[in-house]
Structure formats: C-alpha cells, structure tokens
Write a protein that binds this ligand. Structure first.
Ligand code: GLN
Length: 538
C-alpha cells in the first residue's frame, strides 16, 4: 500500500485506562484484516529511556530484540500482534530533546533559535514518520503516554495536531476516556469525557473516535450525549467495558466495530473479514481450563504487579496452551527466610524466581531456590533467578562457603556469578547492560533440548553478571549442567539439574518473547511440569 495511515491514541480523565491494550487490540483487529500494522509509544518523561527507572515507577522495563529498553506497553504490542518491536517503537521526551540538543551543538540549525515549535515538534513528527520508512507498514498506531492536559504532553498533542492537518483523511485520532458510574445516583456520567475532549479541542485536536472505559454498559442515551457534545458520530462512541482478561478486549472492540469505524475514517476498505480464529481458540482454552496449578512468583517488587508484567502474561499464555488455570501467588523475597520458607511456599506446584538487581531480597530468593530443589518442586529461575540457583547450589551442594555474586558481595571468596568482561569498564548506567537478542546453543540430550524445537535459539538479555566458567566442571560433576551456551562469547545461558523433575535457570528473559499466538516453550514446559506436581499433590 502506498500511503501509510496514522492513528493517534490519546487518553483523558485519568491515567491507567489501558491505552496500550486498546491500541494493541485495534492493531490486532487491523492485522486480522490483512493489514501490516505497528504500534509506537511516545512517553512524555525526560528519562532517555525507561531502562534507568525503578520498576515501581512505571512497571517493568521491556526489552526488544535490538536491545532497546522500553515501556511495558511494547510488551502488550508484541503479545497481541506477534510482531517484534524495536528501538523506534518507543520514544521519550528525553530522547527527543537529546537529539535536538545534539543537532544544535553540531550547528545543524544554522543560527536559528531552537524552540519547542517547530524544532521539538518536528523531531516528534520525524520519529513518528520514521516507522513508515521503506513502506513496511500500512498503518502506524501512535500511543501518546500521559493524560491530555498534562504540561509535559503538550508538544506531542501539538505534533498530532500538525500531522492531522498535513495528512487529512489519512490520519485519525482516538481518545480514550473514563465514564464513571456513581452508585449513589445509579448513573453513568459523561461530564469528565466532555471536559477532556474540550481540553483536546483547546489544543486544536478534534477526536474522531471516543473509546469510553466504563464499569457498566453505556446506554444509548449517554452515547448520543457524548456524540453530541464532542462532535463525533454516534457509531464512533465506543464502549470499552471492564472484562475478566485483557485478551478479550480485541473481541469486544470488534463487536463494537472499532476497527470498522477507524478504517472508514482513514479511507481504507472494510470489506475484508476479521480473521480471529486462532485468537478465539486461545481465549476458549484460557476460559475453559481442565485443571489448575499454583505457581509462586518470588520477587522483591511484588507490591506492584506491573513490575513482572511479561512474566505474568507468559504464565497466562502457558496456562492456555496447557489448558489449565494458573494461579499465581506473588511472594515478597525480602521477607523469606530459611525459617519461614516451608510455611510460605508450601502448596506451590511451581516456583519462579524473578529477575532483579542488587542485594535487597536476594537471600530470600536463594532460600526459595533451595526449597524448590530439595522438595522436587518444578523451578524456573530467570536472570537473577538463575544466578540465585547457581549460588544456592554452590553453597549447599558444592559446599563453597560464602559463594555469591560479585554484584552482591564484592569480596566473596567464591564469585560463582561474576561481572562480564565486557562490563568491567562500563561506568554509566543508561543503556549499558548486555541488552537484546543473543544466540544460544542448546546441548543435545538435555531436558531443554526437548523444550525447544531448534538447536540454536535467540533470546533477549538484560544483565551485567554471568556464570563464572571457572566452576563449570565442579557443577557438572555434582549434577548442575550448563546446557545452553552462547557460541560466540562462551557464556552460560541455561543451567539444569539432574535428578529433579524440572529445574531450569536461564540467564536470558524468555518472558519477552511469549505471545498469544506463540506461548514461550519454556513457560509451557514449566506449567506442564507444575501440572504434574499438582496431580501428585492431589
Ligand atoms: N542483576 C543481575 C545482573 O545484572 C541480573 C539482572 C536481571 O535479572 N535482569 O546480571
């Protein structure tokens, strides 16, 4: 298709309405009609990327194949679309300003005064259009982070206004708002939506479609009221009611004809049917489980579920694949000790030790590993979770007293996890870890060999420390084997244990690659093993 179409998604009234899910659902619907779609997130904060953010701020940091540290919404985009994203799919104010200031220092502006309009807005527009290069996509959906009316998102809304003007009917704006229900009067209220649209109008942007998040069904009356007050057609007031799983949203949006309304707006045909057979099959398996199993997720950021978004979603995908319900208990590693571990973890059919950084809660993770190893509970350790498994084995099986990671104890006598050679000279924190996809060769005859169909896999990374190869033989002699190796750098990527039903540690992050269409095989195998454990327990 010659002319790329642009869809902008803004949000109003309150944050956390699920713009990411609405964007991803719309993208999925357009893909189901045969269009090539990508989604981009523009974040109004000044961090150059979310890599330096604490997970408590905006949830997990999602990592792409090309090693970009991005907003967690990109995870939703990939899980819904099953198409990888890249650095270009997430842009922050920090990055925009950084490139404008770099240009200014190079003298690229030839003496001009550098200003928000046009220089910052031009840079924003350039970043949006960048995705259209090479004609790879028919439609680009750009989600603007934050809420309309925020000072920091003003340049983005201005860029949307300009692009809308330049592109005419090749662009559309979707505004997502909240329609609250007042139980005292038993009414849904449209006023916040009206005000939020008014704010957009003041900035020169007329939304084409209004998606209304609501707890209860919108009446025809309220839909027509919103249409009238906000200058949109009634068919363009879309209800987005709370649902039990985010994976139902594309189906709801299809029923509400969101894709049809948008396609009409941007001048694309609506005659192709929406093929969602695979998606519906997934939903069906998800909603009709034939058994259940309970997994403990051991981490130190458990107060905010979004810190482990991709892991939680991967477990859901794997549950659907096995057609079992996965109950997840989030367990705070900071409060786990050798003394209370039995009481806190008993009843679990699988233990997943989460990624992380630093000392806080690390000993609790090691205690959880020991519990899973000794009691033959299926275990999956991811990144720091794998490192915890290696350290636990060193201390309790190899009897290397004081074994640790150099990250936690600089003076450990047994640094079984040590800093990577390539990281020794690194001092800055932003974007300097070992990031993105690297190859890994799977050892023939290992347990993970049965999990993966290929011998050479590519998985995503985000770490500075690694398994210390000096100890590799000692581990093998005692039953912990390095069964996945990076062939170029000789780094241990996967360890597994002899004589245990399912005990796997991975230095990479399989959770970044699990999607609805392709649940990750490691998670699928982990849940299958947990299911066996459930049967045993019953
Ligand atoms: N902190 C560890 C490292 O840097 C693990 C990182 C992680 O779990 N993502 O190697």
């Amino acid at each position: 298709m010659k002319d790329t179409r642009y869809i902008f998604v803004t949000g109003g009234v309150v944050s956390s309405l699920g713009k990411g899910i609405i964007s991803a659902s719309l993208a999925r619907l357009l893909k189901a009609r045969g269009l090539k779609v990508t989604i981009q997130k523009l974040d109004p904060y000044i961090n150059v990327d979310p890599g330096t953010l604490n997970p408590y701020e905006h949830g997990e940091c999602f990592v792409t194949d090309d090693g970009a540290e991005t907003d967690l919404d990109l995870g939703h985009y990939e899980r819904f679309l099953n198409v990888p994203t890249s650095q270009a799919n997430n842009v922050t104010t920090g990055r925009i300003y950084q490139s404008v200031i770099d240009k200014e220092r190079r003298g690229d502006y030839l003496g001009e005064t550098v200003q928000i309009i046009p220089h910052i807005t031009d840079e924003i527009k350039y970043r949006i259009r960048l995705l259209a290069a090479h004609g790879k996509y028919d439609v680009i959906i750009t989600e603007i982070g934050g809420t309309v009316g925020d000072i920091e998102s003003l340049p983005y809304i201005e860029a949307v206004r300009q692009m809308r003007w330049e592109l005419g009917n090749k662009a559309a704006v979707i505004h997502l708002t909240l329609v609250p229900y007042l139980s005292a009067s038993g009414e849904l209220k449209s006023k916040p939506t009206q005000h939020s649209v008014k704010t957009l109008l003041e900035l020169g942007v007329q939304p084409d479609v209004i998606v209304c998040r609501a707890e209860k069904q919108l009446t025809e009356g309220i839909k027509s009221k919103i249409a009238l007050f906000c200058n949109v057609k009634e068919e363009a007031v879309i209800e987005s009611i709370d649902v039990s799983t985010i994976y139902e949203v594309p189906i709801r949006m299809r029923d509400e004809k969101l894709d049809e309304v948008v396609l009409k707006k941007i001048g694309l045909p609506t005659d192709k049917p929406t093929d969602l057979v695979g998606w519906e099959d997934f939903l069906n398996r998800l909603k009709n489980p034939k058994g259940k199993t309970k997994i403990g997720l051991i981490g130190k950021y458990v107060e905010l579920k979004d810190s482990y978004k991709s892991i939680l979603e991967s477990l859901i995908h794997a549950g659907a694949k096995n057609q079992v319900k996965v109950e997840i208990e989030l367990i705070h590693s900071e409060y786990l000790t050798e003394e209370n571990i039995e009481e806190k973890l008993k009843g679990l059919c699988g233990v997943l030790v989460a990624p992380g950084f630093g000392e806080r809660g690390f000993e609790g993770k090691i205690a959880a590993v020991k519990y899973a190893r000794v009691n033959n509970i299926p275990f999956l350790g991811i990144c720091l979770g794998m490192q915890a498994a290696v350290i636990e084995f060193a201390r309790n099986v190899l009897h290397l007293e004081g074994a640790n990671s150099r990250e936690v104890d600089r003076r450990t006598p047994h640094p079984v996890i040590d800093i990577m050679e390539s990281q020794k000279k690194v001092s800055g924190k932003g974007g300097t870890m070992r990031l993105g996809a690297y190859p890994c060769e799977i050892k023939k005859g290992s347990k993970v060999d049965k999990v993966y169909t290929e011998k050479l896999i590519h998985e995503r990374h985000r770490h500075r420390y690694e398994f210390n190869n000096k100890y590799i033989e000692m581990y093998a002699m005692h039953g912990m084997h390095a069964v996945g190796i990076n062939p170029n750098e000789d780094l241990v990527e996967i360890v597994e244990l002899d004589g245990h039903p399912w005990f796997v540690g991975v230095q990479f992050h399989p959770e970044y690659k699990s999607t609805v269409e392709e649940p990750h095989p490691l998670f699928t195998a982990f849940i299958a093993a947990a299911m066996e454990e459930s049967k045993k327990k019953n």
